[in-house]
Design a protein around this ligand. Structure first.
Ligand SMILES: [Zn+2]
Length: 310
Protein backbone atom coordinates (compact mmCIF):
# COMPACT_ATOMS: atom_id res chain seq x y z
CA UNK A 1 0.00 0.00 0.00
CA UNK A 2 2.50 2.55 -1.10
CA UNK A 3 0.09 4.40 -3.35
CA UNK A 4 -2.69 6.78 -2.44
CA UNK A 5 -4.96 9.08 -4.42
CA UNK A 6 -3.30 12.32 -5.51
CA UNK A 7 -6.30 14.05 -7.03
CA UNK A 8 -10.06 14.24 -6.70
CA UNK A 9 -10.46 12.37 -10.00
CA UNK A 10 -8.16 9.58 -8.88
CA UNK A 11 -9.91 9.44 -5.53
CA UNK A 12 -13.31 9.15 -7.16
CA UNK A 13 -12.14 6.31 -9.39
CA UNK A 14 -10.42 4.45 -6.63
CA UNK A 15 -13.13 4.71 -3.97
CA UNK A 16 -16.16 4.64 -6.21
CA UNK A 17 -18.25 2.35 -4.00
CA UNK A 18 -18.50 0.62 -0.61
CA UNK A 19 -16.61 -2.47 -1.81
CA UNK A 20 -13.61 -0.41 -2.88
CA UNK A 21 -13.47 1.34 0.51
CA UNK A 22 -13.82 -1.98 2.35
CA UNK A 23 -10.95 -3.49 0.33
CA UNK A 24 -8.77 -0.53 1.23
CA UNK A 25 -9.66 -0.83 4.94
CA UNK A 26 -8.94 -4.55 4.87
CA UNK A 27 -5.49 -3.93 3.41
CA UNK A 28 -4.75 -1.10 5.87
CA UNK A 29 -5.84 -3.22 8.80
CA UNK A 30 -4.40 -6.56 7.80
CA UNK A 31 -1.51 -5.84 5.45
CA UNK A 32 -0.32 -9.46 5.76
CA UNK A 33 -3.83 -10.86 5.38
CA UNK A 34 -6.62 -11.50 7.90
CA UNK A 35 -5.64 -12.03 11.55
CA UNK A 36 -8.38 -12.93 14.03
CA UNK A 37 -8.41 -10.38 16.88
CA UNK A 38 -9.53 -13.13 19.26
CA UNK A 39 -7.25 -16.08 18.54
CA UNK A 40 -4.77 -14.65 15.99
CA UNK A 41 -5.60 -17.37 13.45
CA UNK A 42 -5.12 -16.28 9.86
CA UNK A 43 -7.69 -18.49 8.14
CA UNK A 44 -11.14 -16.93 7.65
CA UNK A 45 -14.10 -16.72 5.28
CA UNK A 46 -15.83 -13.63 4.11
CA UNK A 47 -19.50 -13.77 5.07
CA UNK A 48 -22.14 -13.44 2.39
CA UNK A 49 -24.80 -12.38 4.90
CA UNK A 50 -23.04 -9.48 6.60
CA UNK A 51 -21.20 -6.79 4.69
CA UNK A 52 -17.41 -6.66 4.98
CA UNK A 53 -17.31 -9.25 7.76
CA UNK A 54 -14.95 -12.22 8.08
CA UNK A 55 -15.50 -15.35 10.16
CA UNK A 56 -12.47 -16.92 11.81
CA UNK A 57 -11.92 -20.56 10.85
CA UNK A 58 -10.49 -21.30 14.30
CA UNK A 59 -12.82 -19.75 16.88
CA UNK A 60 -15.74 -18.71 14.69
CA UNK A 61 -15.57 -15.05 15.74
CA UNK A 62 -16.98 -12.65 13.18
CA UNK A 63 -14.99 -9.48 12.60
CA UNK A 64 -16.14 -6.56 10.51
CA UNK A 65 -13.55 -4.61 8.60
CA UNK A 66 -14.69 -1.52 10.54
CA UNK A 67 -14.63 -3.15 14.01
CA UNK A 68 -12.65 -1.06 16.46
CA UNK A 69 -12.47 1.87 14.05
CA UNK A 70 -14.34 5.16 14.23
CA UNK A 71 -16.54 3.95 11.37
CA UNK A 72 -17.98 1.02 13.33
CA UNK A 73 -21.77 1.10 13.83
CA UNK A 74 -21.91 4.31 11.82
CA UNK A 75 -24.97 4.82 9.66
CA UNK A 76 -22.88 6.75 7.17
CA UNK A 77 -21.57 5.04 4.06
CA UNK A 78 -17.87 4.15 3.95
CA UNK A 79 -17.61 6.37 0.88
CA UNK A 80 -18.80 9.31 3.00
CA UNK A 81 -16.18 8.60 5.65
CA UNK A 82 -13.51 8.30 2.98
CA UNK A 83 -14.50 11.57 1.31
CA UNK A 84 -14.56 13.35 4.67
CA UNK A 85 -11.12 12.02 5.60
CA UNK A 86 -9.77 12.96 2.20
CA UNK A 87 -11.14 16.50 2.32
CA UNK A 88 -9.98 17.01 5.87
CA UNK A 89 -6.51 15.65 5.19
CA UNK A 90 -5.86 17.41 1.91
CA UNK A 91 -7.34 20.85 2.49
CA UNK A 92 -4.38 22.91 3.58
CA UNK A 93 -6.33 24.65 6.32
CA UNK A 94 -8.85 22.00 7.15
CA UNK A 95 -12.57 22.03 6.70
CA UNK A 96 -15.36 23.05 9.03
CA UNK A 97 -18.40 20.93 9.79
CA UNK A 98 -20.59 23.34 7.83
CA UNK A 99 -18.36 23.10 4.75
CA UNK A 100 -18.32 19.33 5.06
CA UNK A 101 -22.09 19.18 5.32
CA UNK A 102 -22.41 21.12 2.08
CA UNK A 103 -19.66 19.33 0.18
CA UNK A 104 -20.94 15.86 1.04
CA UNK A 105 -24.63 16.81 1.05
CA UNK A 106 -25.06 15.40 4.54
CA UNK A 107 -28.57 15.42 5.96
CA UNK A 108 -27.81 17.36 9.11
CA UNK A 109 -25.22 19.66 10.59
CA UNK A 110 -25.06 17.32 13.58
CA UNK A 111 -23.82 14.35 11.56
CA UNK A 112 -21.28 16.56 9.79
CA UNK A 113 -20.10 17.86 13.15
CA UNK A 114 -19.82 14.32 14.54
CA UNK A 115 -17.89 13.20 11.49
CA UNK A 116 -15.44 16.10 11.88
CA UNK A 117 -15.10 15.43 15.59
CA UNK A 118 -14.38 11.75 15.13
CA UNK A 119 -11.75 12.35 12.46
CA UNK A 120 -10.17 15.05 14.59
CA UNK A 121 -9.92 12.64 17.52
CA UNK A 122 -7.99 10.31 15.21
CA UNK A 123 -5.29 12.87 14.67
CA UNK A 124 -3.16 11.92 17.66
CA UNK A 125 -1.14 8.86 16.73
CA UNK A 126 -0.89 6.44 19.65
CA UNK A 127 2.75 5.95 20.56
CA UNK A 128 4.05 8.82 18.43
CA UNK A 129 7.71 9.54 19.09
CA UNK A 130 8.72 12.50 21.22
CA UNK A 131 10.48 15.62 19.91
CA UNK A 132 14.27 15.29 19.95
CA UNK A 133 17.41 17.37 19.66
CA UNK A 134 17.10 21.13 20.08
CA UNK A 135 13.49 22.08 20.86
CA UNK A 136 12.10 25.59 21.30
CA UNK A 137 9.51 25.73 24.10
CA UNK A 138 7.33 28.73 24.90
CA UNK A 139 3.86 29.72 26.06
CA UNK A 140 1.17 31.89 24.52
CA UNK A 141 -2.47 32.75 25.05
CA UNK A 142 -5.36 33.07 22.66
CA UNK A 143 -8.77 34.67 23.25
CA UNK A 144 -11.59 32.18 23.56
CA UNK A 145 -14.75 32.26 21.55
CA UNK A 146 -17.88 32.56 23.64
CA UNK A 147 -21.21 30.85 22.93
CA UNK A 148 -22.68 33.87 21.18
CA UNK A 149 -20.06 36.50 20.54
CA UNK A 150 -17.35 35.63 18.02
CA UNK A 151 -14.32 36.30 20.21
CA UNK A 152 -13.99 37.54 23.76
CA UNK A 153 -10.74 38.64 25.32
CA UNK A 154 -9.64 40.24 28.54
CA UNK A 155 -7.73 43.46 28.00
CA UNK A 156 -4.07 43.99 28.83
CA UNK A 157 -2.24 41.29 30.72
CA UNK A 158 -5.25 39.67 32.30
CA UNK A 159 -5.68 35.97 31.48
CA UNK A 160 -9.43 36.42 31.69
CA UNK A 161 -11.24 35.25 28.58
CA UNK A 162 -8.02 33.71 27.29
CA UNK A 163 -6.77 30.19 26.94
CA UNK A 164 -3.19 29.35 27.88
CA UNK A 165 -1.15 27.19 25.57
CA UNK A 166 2.34 25.74 25.71
CA UNK A 167 4.09 24.78 22.49
CA UNK A 168 7.27 23.07 21.35
CA UNK A 169 9.04 23.05 17.97
CA UNK A 170 11.97 20.90 16.90
CA UNK A 171 14.71 22.98 15.34
CA UNK A 172 16.06 21.22 12.26
CA UNK A 173 19.55 21.48 10.80
CA UNK A 174 20.94 24.09 13.14
CA UNK A 175 18.03 26.50 12.73
CA UNK A 176 17.28 26.08 9.00
CA UNK A 177 13.65 25.26 9.65
CA UNK A 178 11.06 23.78 11.97
CA UNK A 179 10.65 20.04 12.38
CA UNK A 180 7.70 18.56 14.24
CA UNK A 181 5.59 20.44 16.77
CA UNK A 182 3.43 19.82 19.83
CA UNK A 183 0.77 21.99 21.52
CA UNK A 184 -1.10 21.61 24.78
CA UNK A 185 -3.62 23.54 26.79
CA UNK A 186 -2.35 24.41 30.30
CA UNK A 187 -4.20 25.88 33.31
CA UNK A 188 -1.30 28.22 34.14
CA UNK A 189 2.42 28.73 33.48
CA UNK A 190 3.64 27.06 36.68
CA UNK A 191 6.29 24.34 36.82
CA UNK A 192 3.52 21.92 37.82
CA UNK A 193 1.80 22.60 34.45
CA UNK A 194 4.85 22.98 32.20
CA UNK A 195 6.99 20.05 33.40
CA UNK A 196 4.43 17.35 32.49
CA UNK A 197 4.20 18.86 28.97
CA UNK A 198 7.98 18.63 28.61
CA UNK A 199 8.04 15.10 30.04
CA UNK A 200 5.29 13.96 27.64
CA UNK A 201 6.58 15.61 24.50
CA UNK A 202 10.36 15.89 24.63
CA UNK A 203 12.57 12.82 24.37
CA UNK A 204 15.04 12.16 27.17
CA UNK A 205 18.25 14.00 26.32
CA UNK A 206 16.52 16.69 24.24
CA UNK A 207 17.50 20.32 24.86
CA UNK A 208 14.66 22.69 25.75
CA UNK A 209 15.43 26.22 24.51
CA UNK A 210 13.29 28.69 26.45
CA UNK A 211 13.01 32.37 27.26
CA UNK A 212 14.32 31.69 30.74
CA UNK A 213 10.92 31.65 32.45
CA UNK A 214 11.51 30.38 35.99
CA UNK A 215 9.07 27.47 35.69
CA UNK A 216 11.08 25.64 33.00
CA UNK A 217 14.32 24.64 34.78
CA UNK A 218 14.26 21.31 36.57
CA UNK A 219 12.03 19.48 34.06
CA UNK A 220 13.09 15.84 34.24
CA UNK A 221 15.56 14.24 31.78
CA UNK A 222 15.95 17.20 29.41
CA UNK A 223 18.77 19.71 29.15
CA UNK A 224 17.72 23.29 29.59
CA UNK A 225 18.99 26.17 27.45
CA UNK A 226 17.49 29.36 28.89
CA UNK A 227 17.80 32.67 27.06
CA UNK A 228 16.65 35.42 29.37
CA UNK A 229 15.17 38.11 27.15
CA UNK A 230 12.73 40.98 27.30
CA UNK A 231 9.27 40.37 25.81
CA UNK A 232 10.21 42.21 22.62
CA UNK A 233 13.11 39.96 21.75
CA UNK A 234 11.50 36.58 22.40
CA UNK A 235 10.58 36.16 18.72
CA UNK A 236 14.24 36.57 17.79
CA UNK A 237 15.54 34.06 20.32
CA UNK A 238 12.71 31.58 19.71
CA UNK A 239 11.71 32.27 16.09
CA UNK A 240 10.09 28.94 15.18
CA UNK A 241 7.82 28.55 18.17
CA UNK A 242 6.71 32.17 17.72
CA UNK A 243 5.98 31.67 14.03
CA UNK A 244 4.03 28.52 14.91
CA UNK A 245 1.97 30.44 17.47
CA UNK A 246 1.07 33.17 14.98
CA UNK A 247 0.12 30.56 12.34
CA UNK A 248 -2.07 28.87 14.94
CA UNK A 249 -3.87 32.11 15.73
CA UNK A 250 -4.48 32.97 12.07
CA UNK A 251 -5.74 29.42 11.44
CA UNK A 252 -8.06 29.48 14.47
CA UNK A 253 -9.65 32.72 13.33
CA UNK A 254 -9.75 31.87 9.63
CA UNK A 255 -11.18 28.35 9.78
CA UNK A 256 -13.13 28.38 13.04
CA UNK A 257 -13.68 32.09 13.76
CA UNK A 258 -11.93 31.54 17.08
CA UNK A 259 -11.66 28.48 19.31
CA UNK A 260 -13.87 27.40 22.17
CA UNK A 261 -12.35 26.38 25.49
CA UNK A 262 -14.27 23.14 25.71
CA UNK A 263 -12.69 21.55 22.65
CA UNK A 264 -9.41 23.45 22.63
CA UNK A 265 -7.10 20.42 22.90
CA UNK A 266 -8.85 18.70 19.98
CA UNK A 267 -8.30 21.78 17.79
CA UNK A 268 -4.66 22.00 18.90
CA UNK A 269 -4.27 18.33 17.95
CA UNK A 270 -5.68 19.09 14.50
CA UNK A 271 -3.25 21.97 14.02
CA UNK A 272 -0.33 19.75 15.10
CA UNK A 273 -1.49 16.96 12.76
CA UNK A 274 -1.63 19.36 9.79
CA UNK A 275 1.67 20.99 10.57
CA UNK A 276 3.55 17.72 11.08
CA UNK A 277 2.21 16.37 7.78
CA UNK A 278 2.48 19.61 5.82
CA UNK A 279 4.94 18.12 3.33
CA UNK A 280 2.93 14.92 2.83
CA UNK A 281 -0.63 16.17 2.70
CA UNK A 282 -1.89 13.43 0.42
CA UNK A 283 -0.32 10.79 2.60
CA UNK A 284 -2.15 12.35 5.56
CA UNK A 285 -5.37 10.83 4.24
CA UNK A 286 -3.93 7.35 4.50
CA UNK A 287 -2.39 8.15 7.83
CA UNK A 288 -5.71 9.53 9.07
CA UNK A 289 -7.50 6.28 8.21
CA UNK A 290 -4.60 4.19 9.45
CA UNK A 291 -4.43 6.04 12.72
CA UNK A 292 -8.19 5.96 13.02
CA UNK A 293 -8.16 2.17 12.83
CA UNK A 294 -6.24 2.03 16.12
CA UNK A 295 -8.76 4.08 18.07
CA UNK A 296 -11.67 2.83 20.12
CA UNK A 297 -15.05 4.02 18.85
CA UNK A 298 -16.27 7.30 20.34
CA UNK A 299 -19.86 8.05 21.21
CA UNK A 300 -21.57 11.39 20.73
CA UNK A 301 -21.55 11.83 24.51
CA UNK A 302 -17.78 11.43 24.64
CA UNK A 303 -17.30 14.03 21.92
CA UNK A 304 -19.42 16.70 23.56
CA UNK A 305 -17.96 15.94 26.97
CA UNK A 306 -14.21 15.50 26.52
CA UNK A 307 -13.74 14.15 30.04
CA UNK A 308 -16.21 11.28 29.57
CA UNK A 309 -14.69 7.82 29.59
CA UNK A 310 -15.63 5.10 27.09
ZN1 LIG B 1 -10.38 -16.63 15.92
Amino acid sequence: MTDFPRSLIEFQHRFADEAACARYLFAARWPEGFVCPSCAMTKAWELQTKPWTWECAGCGKQTSVTAGTIMHHSKLALTTWFWAAYLMATHSNGISALQLQRQLALGSYRSAWLLCGKLRRSMVAPGRSALAGLVEVDETEIPCRGKKDPVIGGGGRSHQGKMLIVGAVEVEDGGAGPGRIRLAEVPDYSAASLHPFIADNLAPGATAKTDGWSAYPGAPSVKHDPHVVGKMAAHIVLPWVHRMFSNLKVWALGVYHGLRRKHLQAYLDEFVFRFNRRRTRHAAFRSLLGIAAGHAPLSYKMLISPEAKP
